[in-house]
Write a new protein. Structure first.
Length: 105
């Protein structure tokens, strides 16, 4: 019983640290969004390109988050929901959006 308690505490602590690490927008971007947004593949707006991001940012961060979370089909191509990474939490995806937006200012 004591061992089970220790195992449970260790698991919870591990889960907490993983969650903190994944809420890091830059890390999430590198692992889940870079394939398209780092290269412009599939018509994705490239990170750091202010001119392509300005009209998107003008729609409001809430709209960008919604499109990143649930997917979006625009004139350039298709943004898959969560970039196709359904394992990511909503917080991870929002952090990655914030990271990309921060690089477009
Ligand atoms: C398979 C390629 C692909 C991946 C992976 C991907 N995206 Fe996208 N994303 C796109 C494309 C293409 C568009 C542009 C759609 C358009 O406007 O036509 C886009 C657009 C966006 C937009 C702008 C939406 C808008 O309303 O203008 C945001 C924000 C975004 N992506 C966030 C993310 C985040 C965050 C990730 C990682 C979790 C991610 N994307 C991963 C392809 C991708």
């Amino acid at each position: 019983m004591k061992n089970l308690m220790i195992a449970t505490v260790a698991t919870v602590a591990l889960m907490a640290s993983v969650t903190t690490a994944q809420a890091d927008g830059q890390k999430t971007f590198q692992s889940a969004c870079f394939a398209c947004h780092g290269t412009g593949a599939a018509g994705a707006p490239m990170i750091g390109h202010k001119d392509v991001w300005a009209p998107r940012i003008a729609k409001g961060i809430a709209t960008l988050e919604k499109h990143a979370l649930h997917g979006f089909k625009g004139k350039k191509g298709v943004m898959p929901a969560k970039g196709g990474r359904s394992d990511l939490s909503d917080a991870d995806v929002k952090a990655a959006v914030a990271y990309m937006v921060s690089k477009a200012k």
